[in-house]
Ligand binder design. Structure first.
Ligand code: INI
Length: 154
């Protein structure tokens, strides 16, 4: 019999931090609603969920790193929406958040889940924020619970 570790998708007893960007709030509030709903449907109480609002996606990892380092959370969910404009700003915001989340994960203390939409158009973001293509916040919550359970078994 091979050894096998599989994560359960249940909130368990751990706490979940959600860092959410106010920039493009009309989208990120939908991601946040999806994430909270998903955590609650899988057993999380209000006390198990800590929200932190930050100005924009570039600032997500500033807060996420502190939360991850605190050791208080089973996972940190990072929610944002980056939508391409007329300049290259989009690319820098995407780079910054991608690197920051990867860095937290390399450090290995607490998993940080990438729930950041990176879209060419507003329509693409709307589709991924609770309409045609599901809700990326809810997907991030599922991932957070599963990876937290996996990490807990390692
Ligand atoms: N922040 C976002 O969350 N999404 C965006 O689409 C975005 N764009 O395109 O500019 C954005 N910019 C702000 C950025 O995250 C910082 O808050 C800002 O640069 C100050 O550091």
């Amino acid at each position: 019999m091979v050894g096998e570790i599989k994560g359960q998708i249940t909130a368990g007893k751990g706490k979940y931090a959600i860092v959410v960007s106010r920039f493009n709030e009309f989208i990120t509030s939908k991601l946040l609603g999806g994430a909270i709903d998903c955590l609650q449907r899988h057993g999380a109480s209000d006390e198990q969920i800590q929200l932190v609002w930050v100005p924009g996606t570039c600032e997500i990892t500033i807060a996420a790193k502190k939360l991850a380092d605190s050791g208080k959370y089973a996972a940190v969910l990072c929610l944002g929406a980056v939508i391409r404009g007329q300049t290259s700003h989009y690319d820098y915001v995407c780079q910054q958040v991608t690197r920051g989340i990867a860095q937290i994960n390399y450090e290995g203390k607490t998993p940080a889940v990438f729930g950041v939409l990176t879209c060419e158009t507003i329509e693409q973001a709307v589709e991924r924020a609770g309409t045609k293509r599901g809700n990326a916040g809810s997907d991030a919550a599922m991932t957070a619970m599963e990876i937290a359970d996996v990490i807990g078994q390692l």
